[in-house]
Write a protein that binds this ligand. Structure first.
Ligand SMILES: [Fe+2]
Length: 248
């Protein structure tokens, strides 16, 4: 499996708080069947000021060296989870943020009670600039819980949609769980990722959600969400999916 969303870079956001924890997170992922991970620290101006700069590169280099020294054969790639803000389209073009493995794909998140028209405005500007948004954990946003049809709009605009494993394992509340399942039924999900932050609750173990997807849906859907589309994201290729269904 390939995990395209996890906070394994240490001491740069609210994810891993030490190199030791990062190594444990990566070892756990490996044991659960993950072979590639994209580190996605928050880029959240004013709160987590992570940008494509030497400071973040140093954190990356330290992690990369430690994983190699520990002998964990995990493939690691650079990325970010970027909050939607006005300057983002320009920042993408200037190379000021890390896209997913340097491809046109980038992981974007919204404030939980964002105005959907603002989301659309930023997404459209990023797409017009030649980038492809992957929208992080839509089922957790309050405005999506109120009206999930906005996710259909995003999908039809060409955005990828990423669900969190915790949502499907009922760790983000009942409403998020119901919306997550509904998005899967409407074929509006491109991939599932851990969004791991630490080693106790929000972990890097993807096997538990793989089993869930196989039991609730089937092996083919689980493969598409955990391997096929994540590998297409890594390579900058077009995503695949079943025919999406609109909300009535
Ligand atoms: Fe995240």
């Amino acid at each position: 499996m390939i995990d395209i969303h996890c906070h394994i870079l240490s001491q740069v956001d609210d994810g891993s708080d030490s190199l030791d924890m990062s190594l444990e997170m990566i070892a756990t992922a490996y044991d659960s069947g993950v072979r590639s991970m994209i580190a996605t620290p928050h880029c959240y101006p004013g709160l987590y000021d992570n940008f494509a700069d030497p400071y973040l590169q140093q954190a990356w280099d330290e992690l990369y060296a430690a994983v190699h020294a520990a002998g964990i054969p995990m493939h690691l790639y650079q990325g970010m989870e970027i909050l939607a803000f006005d300057e983002l389209p320009v920042l993408l073009q200037e190379g000021g943020v890390w896209t997913l493995n340097g491809t046109p794909y980038f992981l974007i998140e919204f404030n939980f009670n964002e105005d959907p028209s603002y989301c659309k405005k930023i997404l459209s500007a990023c797409i017009a600039a030649g980038y492809r948004p992957i929208i992080a954990h839509p089922a957790r946003y309050f405005f999506v819980q109120e009206d999930p049809s906005v996710v259909y709009e995003w999908y039809m605009m060409g955005c990828g949609i990423q669900l969190n494993k915790g949502t499907l394992l009922k760790r983000n509340g009942h409403r998020a769980y119901e919306i997550g399942r509904s998005l899967l039924r409407h074929h509006l999900v491109s991939c599932v990722a851990s969004d791991a932050h630490e080693t106790a609750m929000r972990t890097t173990d993807l096997d538990e959600v793989r089993e869930y997807l196989i039991n609730e849906y089937n092996e083919e859907y689980a493969y598409m969400l955990l391997e096929e589309n994540p590998s297409r994201i890594l390579e900058g290729k077009k995503l695949v999916g079943y025919t999406p269904r609109a909300y009535k």
